[in-house]
Design a protein around this ligand. Structure first.
Ligand code: MN3
Length: 212
């Protein structure tokens, strides 16, 4: 099965005022759609065309060398954006993690607010385009990292340090300008501060439980 552009689990305007409908429309309908189309094109006729996008990211080094660049960028882009839509939700109003995830965050960073500072610093400090991540390692330890372009931590075996911490991403923030420029222009820190209002800690907690 080729990759498919996923539907949003909410309306395009549901994350307003923090993320506006026009940004959501272009971001998913144009940018994410292009990653899906180009990943399918690059993988066509290879054995990897049958793999899930997570498998493709984890086993990137098995992709034929002449397709490695396009697959890294576009399968990476597909995985990253699919996660991004899922970990946001309307009306969560800046909730907090609970249960085992809260305990893991407090254990790793001291407190939820210290975690947020560290994550925001990773997102703000990413020069150019990329992502900030909260990842879980086997055993349940959580870690913050950042990657450039459409790289992600699943690619650790194939791209080394460019994949950040190498855990399983459970929270990701897109800091490409296309994610915020219409509403926030150059003010990436304002976008990051507003984004906390739409993080679905329920979903992140599910991903933590599945990935630990
Ligand atoms: Mn994007």
């Amino acid at each position: 099965m080729p990759f498919m552009l996923p539907n949003l689990p909410y309306a395009e305007n549901a994350l307003e005022p923090h993320i506006d409908a026009k940004t959501m429309e272009i971001h998913r309908g144009k940018h994410h759609n292009a990653y899906v189309t180009n990943a399918n094109k690059a993988l066509e006729g290879t054995p990897m065309a049958e793999w899930s996008v997570e498998q493709v990211c984890r086993r990137l080094k098995e992709v034929p060398a002449d397709k490695m660049g396009p697959v890294r960028n576009n399968a990476g882009g597909h995985f990253n954006h699919s996660l991004f839509w899922e970990i946001m939700a309307p009306s969560v109003k800046g909730g907090e993690p609970s249960g085992d995830l809260a305990a893991a965050i407090n254990g790793a960073f001291g407190s939820f607010s210290e975690f947020k500072e560290k994550f925001a610093a990773a997102a703000t400090g990413r020069f150019g385009s990329g992502w900030a991540w909260l990842c879980v390692h086997k055993g349940g330890k959580v870690e913050v990292c950042s990657t450039a372009n459409q790289d992600n931590p699943l690619m650790k075996d194939s791209i080394g340090d460019a994949a950040g911490c190498g855990g399983t991403p459970i929270l990701g923030l897109d800091v490409w300008e296309h994610a915020y420029y219409l509403n926030y222009q150059n003010r990436r820190p304002d976008y990051i501060a507003a984004w906390w209002n739409v993080v679905s800690w329920k979903k992140v907690g599910e991903l933590f439980a599945a990935g630990k």
